[in-house]
Design a protein around this ligand. Structure first.
Ligand code: JFZ
Length: 483
């Protein structure tokens, strides 16, 4: 009996020790790994941690809603080549067909946007309610929309007589909108561009390309001192990824010329080829720009720790002008407004794309969308600008947004409950003192287990509706629990 008991005890002891030790080993391993990753010495990694606090970055953050513009030679074929329509992104047409480089490049002689009126563009953007704009100065095709001293493949070679980017910058700046430049590192035109570095010659050529890009970027900054930042793209190839030095030096050079300049994470790769985030998990550049045509999940609050911006197309995947928008779903103004609201509720910026036609005008669908979003923004824009994550428990009716300027909290209803009640759950030390729709207090019911229910008007909502929530600390006199 005794020996069996001892055997039993020792069996459990050994089993326990085994489980304990293995778990310790795993833990230690995990910790080791964490420590290792946390201490990787990187020359070209992140430059700081957390969010930038300077006034330029605060402005970027407060802006929240921007217009993206993709304009280039691709607006001429507009998705059609030799009688065939290609459903892919219009600016990628040369890669979807067997067009030779010289054939594509000769489109430059047809680029003549005689109807381009920068002031009208800026007025449309202003009316839509954006606070900033990001325009392609050079997309993957390599065509430069400004007069560049470093290439002839620019607007000066085209029949267009104006100074396009200058007219653009002046008009948007005059409307009080911040201007950002998109710049593609990937360049299908430049002879020194390399996808990978496989030989000494590749490396010499690519070094030349890198100098060319850096010169152009400093030129853009010099010629357009109003520019607030750069939106880099085309940085996914081995040539760029394998050489963290390039993206690091470009960020440094731009910041040396203008310390407040804002650079997106898509520019960057570190010493080990890690993109956006360095090998220690720290964000590179000033904001995360990986949300391209999708948004974080509603519950994914990991994004609120950083600055980030999502960019969005109106059709499924068209950035440049494509003549046929019947080929994919086209988002409605309400779908776009909902995305904008969701983005702001998670502390991000929303960049909505427009692809102007080669004559310099916008397609009617885009004009209508801009107009309708503008009508919503006229009335509700105050919830977007300076909007941020509110930290309240998610509800099915929509999104909470906290205004960082006046500390108000708003609920934006995008799915109106059939029962016409808007549930609000607050932390234990808070109470809901009022819920205001267009200046009118709505009735509030309190349920000790479920929280507050704001009674919504019976009528249908035809676009997202903003309700101001008056939240106070529990100790305040007025007690809404008896309403
Ligand atoms: C790029 C470009 O190729 C495209 O033409 C457009 O300019 C867009 C804004 O950026 O496309 C991307 C970039 C990144 C991803 C996908 C497409 N990505 O990170 O998944």
């Amino acid at each position: 009996m005794k020996t069996t008991a001892i055997k039993k005890v020792s069996f459990y002891f050994i089993l326990f020790s085994f489980v304990f030790l293995t778990s310790c080993t795993f833990n230690t391993k995990e910790n080791d790994n964490q420590n290792k990753t946390a201490t990787k010495t990187l020359k070209y990694g992140s430059q700081y941690s957390g969010k930038r606090g300077d006034k330029e970055m605060q402005k970027f953050r407060a802006n929240r809603f921007g217009q993206f513009i993709h304009w280039g030679l691709y607006s001429i074929p507009a998705g059609e080549w030799k009688g065939k329509i290609y459903s892919g992104a219009a600016e990628w047409l040369p890669k979807m067909t067997n067009i030779s480089r010289s054939e594509w490049d000769s489109l430059i002689y047809k680029f003549n946007p005689v109807k381009f009126n920068a002031k009208e563009w800026a007025a449309m953007a202003k009316k839509m309610g954006v606070k900033y704009v990001t325009i392609t100065t050079k997309h993957h095709e390599g065509f430069c929309l400004w007069k560049s001293d470093y290439t002839d493949f620019d607007i000066e070679t085209a029949p267009y007589k104006g100074d396009l980017i200058k007219e653009f910058v002046d008009a948007y700046t005059a409307e009080g909108l911040d201007v950002y430049f998109y710049y593609s590192i990937l360049d299908w035109h430049h002879p020194d561009w390399r996808y990978d570095i496989k030989s000494k010659n590749d490396s010499i050529a690519f070094e030349r390309y890198y100098q060319f890009a850096k010169n152009q970027l400093l030129e853009l900054q010099r010629k357009f001192p109003e520019v607030k930042g750069f939106w880099f793209d085309g940085t996914w190839d081995q040539s760029w990824k394998k050489n963290g030095r390039y993206s690091y030096e470009i960020e440094m050079a731009l910041k040396k010329a203008n310390p407040g300049v804002i650079v997106n994470s898509r520019l960057r790769a570190d010493d080990l080829g890690s993109r956006h985030f360095d090998s220690n998990g720290e964000l590179m550049g000033d904001y995360q720009s990986g949300y391209e045509r999708f948004l974080p999940e509603k519950k994914d609050t990991s994004v609120v720790k950083m600055d980030w911006e999502a960019c969005m197309t109106i059709p499924v995947n068209q950035w440049g002008y494509h003549k046929d928008w019947t080929l994919s779903h086209v988002k409605s103004p309400n779908e776009i407004i909902e995305m904008l609201v969701k983005t702001v509720s998670l502390g991000g910026n929303f960049l909505l794309n427009f692809g102007p036609k080669s004559d310099g005008t916008f397609r009617d669908e885009e004009k209508v969308i801009a107009h309708e979003i503008g009508n919503w923004m006229d009335k509700n824009g105050y919830v977007i600008y300076n909007g941020d994550y509110a930290g309240l428990k998610n509800q099915d009716w929509g999104y909470y947004i906290k205004n960082t300027f006046n500390n108000s909290v708003y609920g934006v209803i995008v799915n109106k409950p059939i029962a016409n009640q808007m549930r609000v759950e607050l932390p234990k030390n808070k109470k809901l003192e009022g819920a205001v729709l267009e200046g009118k207090q709505l009735p509030i019911h309190f349920h000790d287990r479920l929280g507050y229910f704001v009674v919504l008007p019976e009528e249908n909502f035809i676009s997202p509706v903003v309700i101001k929530l008056e939240i106070a600390d529990k100790k305040s006199k007025h007690n809404p629990e008896h309403i």
